[in-house]
Ligand binder design. Structure first.
Ligand code: PAF
Length: 291
């Protein structure tokens, strides 16, 4: 696996692959990799001849008082994991390579509507930072396809919308959430949990499973959201939101409509547990036959 830090060198490598007619897949990450990331690398390898992973802890997507400075930086370990997973190129630029004029002077990308709600409401500017860095990484690497985890479902939809709005020539693929055996969605931020918090953390997913069952049995979205938030608080979380949305566009579903988008739902949740802000989601198809 080749390691590149400079954009110029990346462009040379990318140019050589283009000349050779090789398809390229990109997996953007902030490092501190876990098994969930490796599933993205495998998805990428199934879709292209060359796999590029980027590791860049993007300062633009962290708000004041968030964990930018403490975010775990484990580049050597990440490189080993990527090499073993079959990644061809690790792009790990320094901040000055990505934002040469400085953070404040950077041209930014705003995805209105989708970016202002749910996690965007509690983390103002977060999705502006994500959209900006992802647009830059897509332009730097120029992949045919880029893979993102469905755990960050709102992020995935925002990136799809940005790519569509800006006519970027890349296919965006979502990869399923990878869970620990007890249901906890894998996340770099799980490492912030104490042993006691780690024992509570799977309740986030368990509550989504209960919420989905309640929705399918006819409970209203408002009731399900309220019950799930109460249950999270009782388990020791500080819930930020539990929200039932349409999977296609994150709009609030119309309970009186029989249209397919109002029946194909997703329950999204964010909650703080100790130092960690955990997010998770679960699809809930109201027309699916009972399991
Ligand atoms: O999901 C992440 O790890 C980050 O938001 C991303 C997409 C790599 C952008 O920094």
């Amino acid at each position: 696996m080749e390691r590149i830090e400079r954009l110029q060198r990346l462009r040379e490598r990318r140019g050589a692959w283009r000349q050779a007619g090789l398809r390229v897949a990109l997996v953007p990450t902030m490092g501190n990799l876990h098994v969930g990331h490796l599933s993205l690398i495998h998805e990428a390898a199934a879709r292209a001849e060359r796999v590029v992973a980027s590791v860049f802890v993007n300062p633009l997507q962290f708000g004041a008082g968030e964990d930018f400075s403490q975010y775990p930086r484990t580049l050597e370990h990440d490189a080993d994991m990527l090499r073993d997973a079959g990644c061809d190129l690790l792009f790990a630029p320094a901040e000055a390579e990505v934002y040469p004029r400085g953070r404040a002077a950077q041209t930014v990308i705003e995805v209105p509507g989708l970016g202002d709600q749910l996690c965007g409401a509690s983390r103002p500017g977060h999705f502006r930072g994500v959209a900006t860095v992802v647009a830059k990484l897509l332009n730097m690497v120029q992949p045919e396809v880029a893979i993102f985890g469905e755990k960050d479902f709102q992020q995935l939809l925002i990136i799809r919308r940005m790519v569509d709005d800006l006519d970027l020539p890349v296919e965006i693929v979502g990869a399923p959430i990878v869970r620990e055996r007890d249901g906890l969605a894998m996340s770099s931020r799980n490492s912030y949990l104490s042993a006691a918090e780690r024992a509570i953390a799977p309740r986030l997913y368990a509550n989504l499973v209960t919420a989905a069952a309640r929705l399918r049995s006819g409970a209203s979205c408002a009731a399900v959201e309220h019950e799930a938030e109460q249950a999270l608080a009782a388990a020791g979380f500080e819930p930020d939101y539990v929200s039932v949305r349409r999977r296609s566009d994150l709009a609030t579903p119309d309970a009186l409509s029989d249209s397919a988008p109002d029946r194909a739902l997703i329950i999204l949740a964010a909650a703080r547990l100790g130092r960690a802000r955990l997010i998770d989601n679960l699809a809930c198809d109201l027309d699916a036959p009972p399991a």
